[in-house]
Every structure is written in structure tokens, then in C-alpha cells.
Design a protein. Structure first.
Length: 319
């Protein structure tokens, strides 16, 4: 990089390694040391050691660490704002003067819950893009992580679900975090069922009938679970929590398990042997949309992507 120490940019008396600053910024934006290590292409122990050394130099804890990831301390919030500014400016200098001959890359970062919907639109976008160089990242996050990643500028966009019971809470969160919400469409949830399940060929099922089979669900995040308030935890004795949409669908296709799903990816699910079966006494209507930071202009790639989302995902009333 252009800078290796803060002394080199005029901050005398602070013998702080620039790479440590970058490691800190990337870790905060990934909200996970393990994810940051993969992105930075360094080992997790080395990254943890560098972050610890940075905190020692500052004399204050900057991160709260738990098995769910990391978050900023009060001092960390202030430090992150300054560190990110330094890292961004250094990268801008490098881009302007060191990599002058390199063509500008189109970059698009999207956080998604659920990722499957985001990926289906991304496939179409990639077919349409005629740029010689681009970098696209789709992050499979829980609902909380989607909101945080857009707020903290890790991602330009977030694809989200709103459930009727949590609608007010979602909208309050968006306002508090200065996010704009754009509605795409509404649909009734369904039961995703694979060929191994005896209910596979049914036109509709009841919640009572589903009790006999294992339920697979996404991460234990109240904001992420489509069925959080609609379904009684106690009625399902066999429950598995998995980490991504694709993992859930793959698991369902090979077992008698089911999940409460959505019909927007019905065709893609059927290719993997999973049907979207109507739940006759099922939860209320789901709403699909996307979020961005309030007042910010979308990049051309992001605008093209959101236009695709609007074309592909709209109100579905066939249930």
C-alpha cells in the first residue's frame, strides 16, 4: 500500500501499522474475524493478533467479541470512523496514482436475506453486463446483518423480507438507521417439500400435517425467521438450523424435512426437486423489498440490479 505507518502521513508520535488499521476496518465491515481473515487472505490467528496489538497501542478495547461475531465498543465507534477515513483515502491515492493504467472495475456488493432471491437476479445481471471487468459480491446474511452491512457501507444494497407481525419494527429500524425501503412484491408463504416427503404431491397442506416431519430453518435470528411469530416452537419437535438458502433447499431435496418458504423462486426450487406447496392455514402475507442508505445515489450497476429485481419479483396471488 502507499502507507505503512501513520507517521508517514503526518500523525507523528503514533507508531501504528497501516495494515492493522485496514485489518480493523475490514473486520468491522465483515462483522466477523473469520470472514475478514478470508477476505484479507490472512490467517485468523494472525488477524486476531494484529487487532489485539492495535487495541494495545490505542489503550482501549475497540471490539466486543462473541461466538456470534464482533461489534464495536463505544471507543471503537469513534476509532472506526477515523480509521475508515484513512484507509479510504489511502486506497483512493493508490487507485489514482499507483494503478493509473488499470481500467476502473464495476463493483457491486449486495447483502441478502434470502440470498436465493438475490442470486437469481444476479445471474440475469451477469448475462446483461458488457463490462470487461467487474467485481460482484453477494453476502448471505441474517436480517440483522443485512441492515448493519448497508448502514456500515459494506454493501450498497440489501434484499429483505418483511413479515406482517414485524412490519412496524422493520420500518422503525429503517428510519432509525437512515435507510430507504423499496417494496418489490407480496406473496403467501408456502411449505418447501422434497420428493422424499409423503406430502410432496399434495396441492396444499396444513400446519398440523407438517408437524410429523423435521423442520429446517435459517439462523436463529428473530428478524430472519419467516415463521417466528406464526408458528409455535413447541409444536415442532424436530428442528434443524442451517446457514443458507441453498443449504436448506439441498437438505430438503434429499430428506423428508420441510421449511416455510416463499414462491418467488419456485421454478429454481423445482429444478432441485423441491416444491412450493400451499399452506391452507399458513402465515400471513410476506413482503419482499430492498434497502439502501437514505439520500445516496445508486451506482449504474446497482440501478440496473434493482430494475431487474423489480422485473423479476412482484406480487404473486396464485396462492
Amino acid at each position: 500500500m502507499i502507507v505503512t505507518s501513520l507517521n508517514e502521513i503526518g500523525l507523528k508520535g503514533i507508531d501504528m501499522n497501516y495494515n492493522h488499521l485496514k485489518y480493523f476496518v475490514v473486520s468491522v465491515e465483515c462483522m466477523s474475524i473469520s470472514k475478514a481473515a478470508r477476505q484479507l487472505n490472512v490467517s485468523q490467528p494472525n488477524l486476531s493478533r494484529a487487532l489485539g496489538q492495535l487495541e494495545k497501542e490505542i489503550g482501549e478495547p475497540l471490539l466486543n467479541r462473541s461466538n456470534k461475531g464482533i461489534s464495536l465498543t463505544k471507543e471503537g465507534v469513534n476509532f472506526y470512523s477515523l480509521a475508515r477515513d484513512i484507509v479510504s483515502k489511502s486506497e483512493a491515492l493508490e487507485e489514482a496514482y499507483v494503478k493509473k493504467t488499470a481500467p476502473p472495475a464495476v463493483t457491486l456488493n449486495v447483502a441478502a436475506f434470502p440470498e436465493r432471491i438475490a442470486l437469481e437476479a444476479m445471474k440475469v445481471l451477469m448475462e446483461k453486463m458488457d463490462h470487461e471487468e467487474y467485481i460482484i459480491r453477494v453476502f448471505n446474511y441474517s436480517m440483522k446483518e443485512v441492515i448493519r452491512s448497508v448502514c456500515m457501507m459494506q454493501c450498497e444494497l440489501g434484499v429483505v423480507f418483511l413479515t406482517p407481525q414485524e412490519d412496524d419494527m422493520y420500518r422503525t429500524l429503517f428510519r432509525e438507521q437512515k435507510l430507504e425501503y423499496h417494496r418489490l412484491g407480496r406473496a403467501y408463504p408456502c411449505a418447501n417439500i422434497g420428493k422424499s416427503n409423503p406430502l410432496y404431491d399434495r396441492k396444499e397442506v396444513t400446519l398440523k400435517e407438517l408437524e410429523a416431519y423435521p423442520m429446517v430453518r435459517y439462523v436463529e435470528d428473530r428478524l430472519s425467521l419467516i415463521d417466528y411469530k406464526h408458528l409455535n416452537f413447541g409444536r415442532y419437535k424436530k428442528t434443524l438450523f442451517l446457514t443458507s438458502d441453498d443449504t436448506l433447499i439441498s437438505f430438503i431435496s434429499d430428506t423428508q424435512a420441510f421449511k416455510i418458504g416463499y414462491p418467488w423462486t419456485e421454478k429454481a426450487d423445482e429444478k432441485q426437486g423441491v416444491r412450493c406447496v400451499k399452506i391452507s392455514d399458513g402465515p400471513g402475507i410476506l413482503e419482499l423489498g430492498w434497502i439502501k442508505r437514505k439520500g445516496e445515489t445508486l451506482t449504474d450497476a446497482a440501478k440496473e440490479y434493482t430494475d431487474l429485481l423489480s422485473e423479476m419479483y412482484h406480487d404473486l396471488d396464485h396462492f
